[in-house]
Design a protein. Sequence first.
Length: 278
Amino acid sequence: MVMAEMMTEIEHAGRVLVIAGSDSGGGAGIQADIKAIAAMGGYATTAITAITAQNTLGVTAVHPVPLDIVIAQMTAVLDDIGTDAIKTGMLVNEAIVLAVADMIEQRAPGRPFVLDPVMVATSGDVLLDEGAEAAIRDRLLPLATLVTPNIPEAERLAGGKIEDIDGQIGAAEALIEMGARAALVKGGHGSGSVARDVLVSARGMEIIERPRIETRHTHGTGCTLASAIAGLLARGYSLSDSVKHAGDYLYEAISRAPGYGSGHGPVDHMWMIREYSA
């Protein structure tokens, strides 16, 4: 049986290829991605783009993985295991961004692709060079099923200042005009007692509201949400349902944060497993 036939037979099996950096603290990056996808009932494969030394206080070192090794990881996964969805996080530099775009176009056209435009860590450390940022706009945005920026990332990608919900809507619409099929502009960096996420897609606009949780334990929330969405898309859920279910999962994970570290601590990625195994 040829690989194409095998992939058709097990479509929506929940496989997600994650292309992102490693977080030694375990709260963000590949580590968060794997946990979130598993919590959604999916199966994560990985291509690591960078090894970072970090904890809840910040990033102390970044070692980019050589381009040929990043490509080899993606190729190894797709040649054998296949994928039902793709999620990207920290892509480090322009060469890696372009290689990922080529891979999606050539090896995974039509597969759901969740673009988490990781640019700055929760601690404020910059994780992407300027050339990569332009390449994300030009090459990856037009391939994205969904792009999931927070407010600072949306400001950098779409241009302009976001000061309220109208600004979030405008940024989401701008990202659609730039080629993304859908945009989720998250409101976690906003103010007020209610956090509002704006989802704009071909189906229209949805504003998702949840009470804001006052906590410093938000490390890796963007990675976690995007990966949870990708895991659900890979299992065949609709975009709207994936965004809502993943958001509910993340909200509970934040509220149950274990309190590790002295800075921006991780969320409780595996709360669902403990909940249902108790």
